[in-house]
Write a protein of this length. Sequence first.
Length: 107
Amino acid sequence: MRIAGIGCRPGTPLPALLAALDAVGGADALATIPDRETDLRPLAQARALPLHLVPVAGIATPTQSARINATFGTGSVAEAAAIAAGGRLTHPRRIVGPVTIAIAEVP
């Protein structure tokens, strides 16, 4: 099972979220921080995917952003969300327009 961890700014439009998910080849589930539920719920509904809302503070990620670390307590929201949803990171974060997306696999 592929989990797409997603980070975005508040108010990111659905077409941008759809484009990011398509750019990584899709997923079987989505994961993000609780603060982004309102932004990601339309994507989950449009693709009929479960949306996991997960805490990410303290999760080690291969990518490090000082701004994201200061705000959320992890180097990458997308990578940390994918990991926190139970996956093993297989594709580090990728930036697609205003969306950051990473893929983790669950055996």
